[in-house]
Design a protein around this ligand. Structure first.
Ligand code: ADP
Length: 709
């Protein structure tokens, strides 16, 4: 999992802008909602006020109409003006809104009048006369309308310094179609509001009469100033006069939330904002947890990716549910090809699959897994096998349920290789120790054998001298004597030859021992230029001896072009001897050859070949080859042919070939072998030509083959 920083930043800013947008939207929505609900609420208040105003106008109008009826009732009975006073005064006591009631004749002369008992006379200060013109106009209108008519309102200053807005009403009295007179009532506008409406008026509502231009004429109740005052206006259309009834209300206006609905919406908005805030906080925590989780996951992934141990999880059915990169790399298979794979797994060697399957079933069915793990062999995709160490444990999930198996797998091929190397070096160490022992032994033997060999040599020489001494007098004293006989000289000659050979071989043995001793002691070996042929000649007596014993024919092929070689003569002779002996022994092991019969000339031939080898400008080489017709060398033997102490023979030491190679390599040459055709083996080695000595050595037989039986 990757968390690119830039991506993360852009994501975070995008998320924040989304949140800001959401918040802005919600706030706008809520504001609109509150505003709308406020508006709705105020429109409700407004319409209620309008309705109330309408009602008020109706009330006033019906009150005035009722009054007119009362006036008509008052005037219906024929009575003198003196008798009119009492009922009229009574009427005024009942109707506070009427300031003055006049009974006027057809010519508008005042026949009688009463004033309200509740206050001093309205016209007290200015007198009634000033208003006569108005009264006339009103009554003319009333006459024309044949009903009541109202004058325009006018202001009457009072004695107390205040004033009253009043209005006259004129009602013509008609009896039997004839105008009898007028009733003129002066209304106080303020008291109309107080008496005809006032009682039903809700608190906090101001009621007033205004003119069309808004000038207030009379007021009842309290009028509050400021904004948020609801106003409703209705026309009070009276015959002869039109007034505007204005209703002002502060119902609920001072509150921030003018009504329940707005409060409710506001409360809900606040709740919504609170939820939004909580959600944002939750989101922030969630983001933090997500971030922490992401980091933990990334850390875990990094660990899994960098661990060198292969990890594999399997479910209870043995299906692979997880593998880490190390495991995929180990077996060379992609994770997708491994996941959900059951038996046989792609990394099981086919030849072991059946066994593994059985083993898996047993292991997965039981609960006692070995803690130290077990070894197994897995296969890579390219088919190579490699050893692994598997440690398995039950996979327990977060709720403690056993859901499968978890395995850690270690590729132990490197360990095995190191173990193998250390074993091999151990073996080499042992071999070296044994070689050292052999060296010691050889050294001891050479020391111990020198004496008896010297003794053999001197005894042989002594015997030879004795024989010669005896033969000389015998030949002179009794030639042809009966004792000497004709056979004596050959016998003594044979004996002499034998004695010479004994002396020679004893001497040679001494040299061999010295050479080996020097070789073992790593002293400077004596290098000399030797004719290749001379090397063969030196070992021929011993080779012939063994060849005769084993029924082998020895063939010698020497190329005339061979130059003398530079070598430690005795050691190279030993090498040739060793190779010849091995070759003869290889042919001895051949089946189907009867030892008692005359030797099979064709079957057992040992060829000793000397010829120039491939040379270059700086060095020339001579190749020596020992060719047998034996069984050949099997592959498994060939691999360890030159390993010290490796032998297939019962009496063998296994040191011959390894020593031979060391000797040849010390001379700068190379010792190797190859299969001969049609059968047998060719062992060959090279030696450098002695360049110091120019010219050719005398080579016997001029390169022609010389056979020796
Ligand atoms: P040894 O002769 O004591 O066994 P060597 O080092 O000379 O030790 O030879 C090692 C082995 O190599 C022999 O035991 C033999 O199995 C094998 N070997 C050597 N020369 C030949 C050969 N010419 N043909 C077949 N096998 C041979």
């Amino acid at each position: 999992m990757k968390f690119p920083l830039l991506n993360g930043v852009s994501w975070a800013s995008r998320r924040w802008s989304l949140w800001a947008l959401l918040l802005a939207l919600v706030v706008t929505l809520l504001a609109i909602l509150v505003w709308l609900s406020g508006r709705y609420e105020s429109s409700m208040v407004q319409s209620r006020l309008e309705h109330d105003a309408g009602e008020t106008v109706t009330d006033i109008r019906s009150g005035l109409t009722r009054n007119i009826q009362t006036f008509q009732a008052l005037q219906s009975t024929e009575r003198p003006p003196a008798a009119w006073h009492a009922p009229a005064a009574e009427l005024l006591r009942e109707h506070r809104e009427i300031m003055r009631l006049e009974w006027r004749s057809e010519t508008l002369e005042v026949l009688g009048f009463v004033e309200t008992p509740y206050r001093s006379s309205v016209f007290e200060r200015l007198g009634r006369h000033g208003m006569e013109a108005d009264v006339n106009l009103t009554c003319t209108t009333a006459r024309r309308l044949s009903g009541s008519a109202y004058s325009t309102s006018y202001f009457m200053p009072q004695n107390d310094g205040l004033g009253l807005e009043v209005m006259d009403m004129c009602l013509p009295i008609v009896a039997a179609g004839r105008l009898m007179g007028y009733v003129v009532a002066t209304y106080s506008l303020q008291d109309i509001l107080g008496e005809l409406v006032g009682k039903q008026l809700a608190r906090g509502v101001g009621l007033s009469f205004t003119e069309a231009d808004g000038t207030r004429l009379a007021l009842h109740g309290v009028v509050s100033r400021g904004s948020r005052v609801y106003v409703a206006q209705q026309l009070l259309d009276l015959p002869g006069n039109t007034l505007v009834v204005r209703m002002e209300s502060r119902l609920g206006t001072p509150a921030l939330f003018p009504n329940v609905l707005t409060a409710l919406v506001t409360a809900m908005s606040v709740a919504l904002l609170a939820v939004l805030f909580l959600l944002a906080r939750d989101m922030r925590r969630r983001l933090k947890v997500e971030h922490d989780l992401g980091e933990a996951l990334a850390f875990r992934k990094a660990m899994e990716d960098s661990v060198l141990t292969g990890l594999r999880a399997r479910d209870l059915q043995g299906r692979i549910t997880y593998v880490n990169p190390a495991f995929c790399k180990m077996v060379g298979v992609d994770a997708k090809d491994l996941l959900n794979q059951s038996v046989p797994a792609p990394y099981w060697p086919p030849e072991l699959a059946a066994m593994y399957q059985q083993r898996q079933e047993i292991r997965l069915s039981g609960s006692n897994l070995p803690r130290e793990g077990h070894e197994s062999v897995f296969m890579r995709q390219d088919g190579t096998r490699f050893p692994v160490l598997i440690m398995e444990a039950p996979l327990i999930n977060a709720v403690g349920k056993h859901t499968g198996w978890m395995s850690a797998i270690l590729d132990v091929s490197e360990q095995r290789r190191i173990e193998e190397l250390s074993r091999a070096s151990q073996d080499r160490l042992q071999a070296t120790a044994r070689l050292a022992m052999v060296g010691e032994m050889a050294s001891l033997l050479s020391h111990e054998l020198n004496q008896p060999l010297a003794a053999i040599s001197s005894y042989a020489t002594g015997s030879l001298n004795l024989l010669q001494g005896e033969m000389a007098p015998a030949a002179t004293s009794s030639p042809g004597g009966p004792d000497a006989g004709p056979t004596a000289p050959p016998l003594s000659e044979d004996l002499q030859l034998a004695m010479r050979r004994i002396a020679e071989q004893a001497e040679r043995a001494g040299k061999v021992i010295k050479s080996v001793h020097d070789f073992v002691r790593r002293r400077d070996q004596v290098r000399e230029a030797v004719e290749p042929r001379a090397l063969l000649d030196a070992i021929m007596p011993l080779v012939s001896l063994q060849a005769r014993k084993l029924g082998v024919r020895v063939v010698i092929e020497v190329d005339a072009a061979c130059e003398p070689v530079l070598c430690d003569r005795t050691m190279v002779e030993q090498v040739l001897l060793n190779l010849s002996r091995n070759g003869m022994q290889a042919m001895q092991a051949m089946q189907g050859i009867d030892e008692t019969q005359a030797p099979n000339q064709q079957a057992r031939v040992l060829t000793l070949r000397i010829r120039p080898a491939a040379s270059n400008a700086h060095s020339r080489w001579v190749e020596f080859a020992v060719i047998d017709r034996g069984e050949g060398i099997p592959r498994e033997v060939a691999d360890q042919l030159f390993t010290p102490f490796f032998t297939t023979k019962e009496e063998g030491m296994g040191l011959g070939l390894s020593l031979c190679r060391t000797v040849i390599e010390q001379h700068g040459g190379f010792l190797g072998f190859e299969a001969a055709q049609p059968r047998g083996t060719i062992f060959s080695f090279t030696l450098p030509v002695a360049l110091a000595r120019d010219g050719h050595a005398d080579v016997d037989a001029a390169g022609t083959a010389k056979e020796m039986a």
